[in-house]
Design a protein around this ligand. Sequence first.
Ligand SMILES: Cc1cc2nc3c(=O)[nH]c(=O)nc-3n(C[C@H](O)[C@H](O)[C@H](O)COP(=O)(O)OP(=O)(O)OC[C@H]3O[C@@H](n4cnc5c(N)ncnc54)[C@H](O)[C@@H]3O)c2cc1C
Length: 522
Amino acid sequence: MPDYDGLIIGAGHNGLILQAYLGRAGLKTLAVDRRAVAGGGLSTVEDPRYPGFLHNTHAFFQRAITAMPWYEDLELERHGARYIEPEVNVALLTSEGRALEWWTDIARTAASFAQFSQRDAETLQRWQHDFVPIVRDILVPESRRLPLSPEERHALLSKTTEGRRLLEVSALSPLEFVHQEFEHPTVQAGLLFFNGLREVDLRVKGFGHHIAALLASPAKAQMSRGGTAALARALEASVRENGGAVRLMTEPARIIVENGRAAGIETREGERITAGFVVSSLNPTQTFIDLLDEQLVPHEIQEAVHAFQYNLLAPLFALHLNLREPPRYRAAEANPALAQAFMVIMGLDHVDQFLDIVRHHEQGTIPPTVMWGACPTLFDPSQAPAGHHTAFMWEKLPYRLGGDPNNWDGARDAHGREMLKLWTEHAPNLEGAVIDSFTRSPLDVERCLPNMREGDLLVGAFTNDQVGYHRPFRGAGTYRTHIPQLYLCGSSSHPGGNVTGLPGYNAAQVILSDLGMPLARP
Ligand SMILES: Cc1cc2nc3c(=O)[nH]c(=O)nc-3n(C[C@H](O)[C@H](O)[C@H](O)COP(=O)(O)OP(=O)(O)OC[C@H]3O[C@@H](n4cnc5c(N)ncnc54)[C@H](O)[C@@H]3O)c2cc1C
């Protein structure tokens, strides 16, 4: 008898969601993780120099979490999860002191866009309206199930008006879509930035529908009360309630394959843990190259894994602050609603800056700063001592700085000071408000979570041959692998990275269906 029915490698949110569903179905499971804390990118740390100041070092803005099927199925609010969705969801502050605002209410968003271009405000509303049924009836259901092959998908979509519209728009790149539909350079830049947050290469055809889909999505950016890690704690509680175990500081040296089937792992300490099936939430390089004996992986799969592309533009640099008071933006003097803006973007005025940012990433150099972030304690005071605040800014910066990621260790703090300079131009009170600060580079991200290779927080680029049925590689988007009883459940699988939990949710459906068991709902 194996030790467990199922063993999951990596206790990030995808691994935990999968594990909770397996537990609800009555299976005995173990998740192993190399870190001392579960949750992966759901990470909140306390400043060791200033107790009580909490910082979310990876994911912070989470889209539509409360609308995800697993959020309700796993009863996460009963386990302590709470989400906040601020009304002024995003504000882009221009260098001239204007603001392009994205509210949870589309009419207020359109009113803000109209201050830049009346025509763009009307175009925005038209696309939002047209895409509501496409998001509801096509894109959301597609993200929550096993992907169809491109041929099957095309045939299915061609049958309906909405499907044909989706195919037509997605044939464009986001850059083409925005240039074709909108006229004002700040509006174009703002829309592309909102889209770029999802890390799609703006030049790649096949993603022209992303902006319209974001406009039409009912759920905007949300944050977790108590810090992002509160979601991880709720997931862990759900796992444990259903009999699952999580073993930390445990790293597999290899996946055991016996009689041609996955049968467990051997840890770096030489311990054998056996299981009826194994699920990897790691990236394809870790799963197929590092953890499987070479002779178990056919040549064509090895080649596909070596060709797997990590996202050039995904790596983030972060500046975190402990504050005596929240940033007070100049732009809020004329427009008080901005004092409650959730995601704030600075340094971005014109759409052409994107191409400049891409060029800098390709060359390993630092572009003029475009950054975005938030002051979490404006909405959740529990993340700092009474009367105090935390805030952060992120910037997309290249992993290979000057051709070598190790250069980040020497360059990190100086770059943090540059970011603070720009931030203070927009919020002059920061001058005397900072108690402490620290930075994290793309190299630090990879050191912490090696599945985010090259600092890629999506764990694999969203390019045409790495999405849907072809994520992580051609024809591999089924969560199953070429080895029976070895499955995938992480962000390198459909529908990809960010905190959606859907790779884990979809993998649960596949594994339980292979076992002839239903997905247990409350
Ligand atoms: C700076 C930054 C900001 C981000 N901001 C956002 C955001 O605002 N919104 C959003 O939605 N997403 C954001 N993300 C992305 C998000 O964190 C990831 O896409 C998400 O965490 C991926 O989830 P996962 O479960 O697939 O993998 P992970 O969360 O990375 O979990 C994988 C787990 O596997 C473990 N592991 C890795 N290697 C091994 C090994 N060899 N052996 C055992 N265990 C291993 C890790 O320790 C980890 O716990 C951000 C990421 C970063 C780095």
